[in-house]
Design a protein. Structure first.
Length: 161
């Protein structure tokens, strides 16, 4: 289940932040990172709010004083948090609020992404439909716009700052 997270995160972040300087490749990276936890036995840290907050703090501290570097790398924690929203992880109090809601919630089960059955397939179809809309909305039928997204991670159809 990737299309839902990739397209959903890009569209949500593009419409909310409306920043042409955002590197949407890093938003996608953050949005799909938690899916990898399925290979290691269930929801772990990347499905918690704490991981997103720590990653955000790391980006801000490591790139302190370098605003453009911060702006670029903020895409990873933003994408991670978008995943938590798109996945509905926020509705699982024990995992989302770990360790504040208890220490036993992580691991040992399936990640939410792979436990949905037909609903997961429906979300992938919704992701495809949303992708078609986004293709048009962000002008990706233009070769220069696709190149900017591929090489710089930018959606050129967003307004200029």
């Amino acid at each position: 289940m990737l299309i839902w997270f990739v397209v959903g995160a890009v569209v949500a972040v593009a419409l909310v932040f409306d920043s042409p300087a955002m590197d949407f490749r890093l938003v996608v990276l953050g949005a799909v990172l938690p899916v990898a936890e399925g290979a290691v036995g269930g929801p772990w840290l990347l499905h918690t709010l704490l991981a997103g907050v720590i990653l955000l703090a790391v980006v801000m501290l490591v790139a302190r004083g370098r605003r453009l570097v911060q702006r670029r790398w903020l895409g990873v924690p933003i994408g991670l948090m978008a995943h938590l929203v798109l996945d509905g992880t926020w509705s699982d109090t024990d995992v989302f609020w770990w360790p504040f809601a208890g220490l036993d919630a992580l691991g040992g089960s399936r990640v939410p992404e792979f436990g949905r059955g037909a609903t997961g397939l429906l979300l992938e179809v919704v992701g495809l439909v949303l992708g078609v809309w986004a293709w048009r909305r962000f002008g990706l039928d233009d070769q220069a716009a696709r190149r900017a997204l591929r090489t710089d991670g930018r959606l050129t159809a967003l307004r200029r700052d």
